[in-house]
Design a protein around this ligand. Structure first.
Ligand SMILES: Nc1nc2c(c(=O)[nH]1)N[C@H]1C(S)=C(S)[C@@H](COP(=O)(O)O)O[C@H]1N2
Ligand SMILES: [Mo]
Length: 159
């Protein structure tokens, strides 16, 4: 597979403004178990808000500050994969337009506890629109580009 075709290695990328579909639900794949999750499912889990987040586009400038609200990625894994948490190696987060990122679990656990990676569904205290990325991965510690700020999550895969 070439780098350009690999959603986990997007390298330089023109940000896509167009949602790949209208449906913000996504798949959470944990081994052979598949959960189909909606925004309502996320809203049942403990909510976390991280303020002063910036989306740093290398080509189109920086936007923000934003306050994003959602579920911590680690919290989601803890809810749906509790028994196997100690055995998890990595988690990939991929969008419907073929963009994505991956964390190894050690790296994810080492992320800031004050500014943790979120599956965000709200922005500045109101629901995020699909155009804005619903459901969007927000990695507040990424400040040099936006390659981890994955809009329109379609699949989260835990290995
Ligand atoms: N699904 C998806 N997410 C994405 C991208 C994309 O093309 N598709 N582009 C990334 C890049 S390179 C940038 S700069 C930001 C742009 O975010 P914005 O549209 O909120 O400004 O989204 C990031 N997340
Ligand atoms: Mo970007």
């Amino acid at each position: 597979m070439s780098d350009a075709a690999d959603p986990l290695q997007p390298h330089t990328h023109d940000p896509n403004p167009d949602p790949p579909s209208a449906d913000p639900s996504f798949q959470l794949a944990i081994g052979r178990t598949n959960h189909h999750l909606t925004v309502a499912d996320l809203r049942k889990l403990p909510a976390r808000t991280v303020s002063n987040c910036y989306i740093v586009s290398t080509g189109h400038g920086t936007s923000g500050p934003f306050a994003f609200t959602g579920v911590e990625l680690l919290e989601l894994l803890d809810c749906y994969a509790k028994e196997i948490m100690p055995h998890l190696a990595s988690v990939s987060v991929v969008s419907g337009d073929g963009f994505g990122t991956r964390f190894n679990l050690e790296e994810l656990r080492g992320e800031s506890a004050e500014r943790p990676p979120l599956l965000a569904y709200a922005l500045d205290g109101r629901p995020m629109t699909r155009e804005e990325g619903l459901v969007r991965l927000i990695v507040p510690t990424e400040r040099d580009d936006a390659l981890r700020q994955v809009k329109w999550i379609a699949r989260i895969e835990v290995v």
